[in-house]
Design a protein around this ligand. Structure first.
Ligand SMILES: C[S@@+](CC[C@H](N)C(=O)[O-])C[C@H]1O[C@@H](n2cnc3c(N)ncnc32)[C@H](O)[C@@H]1O
Length: 215
């Protein structure tokens, strides 16, 4: 993430938006996670982690980010939560390496604007699905190719150039990993932003989705 995006993501207006608009919308779409064991990918400086604990009611949050500086900032912000929070530097595409996360161990996974940073974003979704238990929920708040291809975004920020996803691409990919958003999603600003919640369904549902794709 370049300096301009780091500044914007950590700015007051963005925090207000995340707290009073994005998190309440996600809670309306997917409900809270009281007492849940939750993973946050790309936690940045930990502001979203705090929302997951305080607003969504998680009992414990494991959070991972590629950027050691961001994880250090998160450590400071979240120190008061003690053992309820576990932070790690590492990639959302290798949660075994970062957090020793086994299959199906989380009740929910949160993605506050990170998957569009991952070159192989499909691998990111596969890893989310792997660590969610059946019936667990994936909360996503994403920036799409529609936004990333706009001149302002191109000029100011730095994102993977290849294989960007539109809202439709992202929604179509979810069931390939056993993640089903059904009607629980919304786009904003002409498809620039996609927010939603997908449920992890069992291996039978994944098999059926694969058969549907191959006709
Ligand atoms: C746009 S920022 C969002 C940060 C935070 N979720 C928020 O909403 O404030 C994207 C974050 O994803 C992190 N990131 C990018 N690729 C990643 C990856 N493969 N695994 C984990 N984190 C990643 C970046 O370091 C950055 O902190």
């Amino acid at each position: 993430m370049n300096k301009a995006e780091t500044f914007l993501v950590n700015s007051g207006p963005r925090r207000l938006l995340q707290r009073f608009y994005e998190a309440p919308l996600l809670a309306r779409l997917g409900g809270r996670v009281p007492g849940g064991r939750v993973l946050e990918i790309g936690c940045g400086s930990g502001y979203g982690t705090r929302l997951i604990l305080d607003r969504f009611g998680a009992a414990a949050v494991d959070a991972v980010d590629l950027d050691p500086g961001a994880v250090e900032a998160a450590r400071g912000r979240l120190a008061g939560y003690g053992e309820r929070v576990r932070l790690a530097v590492g990639s959302a595409t290798d949660l075994r390496g970062a957090l020793e996360a086994e299959d199906g161990v989380y009740d929910a996974v949160f993605d506050f604007a990170i998957i569009h940073h991952i070159e192989d974003w499909r691998a990111g979704l596969a890893e989310v699905a792997r660590v969610l238990r059946p019936g667990g929920r994936f909360y996503f708040d994403e920036v799409t190719a529609t936004a990333l291809n706009r001149p302002t975004y191109r000029r100011l920020f730095d994102h993977p150039d290849e294989d960007r996803f539109t809202a439709g691409d992202f929604l179509a990919e979810l069931p390939r990993h056993g993640l089903y958003a059904d009607e629980r999603w919304q786009t904003r600003i002409g498809g620039d932003y996609l927010l939603g919640v997908a449920e992890r369904r069992g291996a039978g549902a994944v098999g059926r989705a694969a058969r549907d794709r191959t006709g």
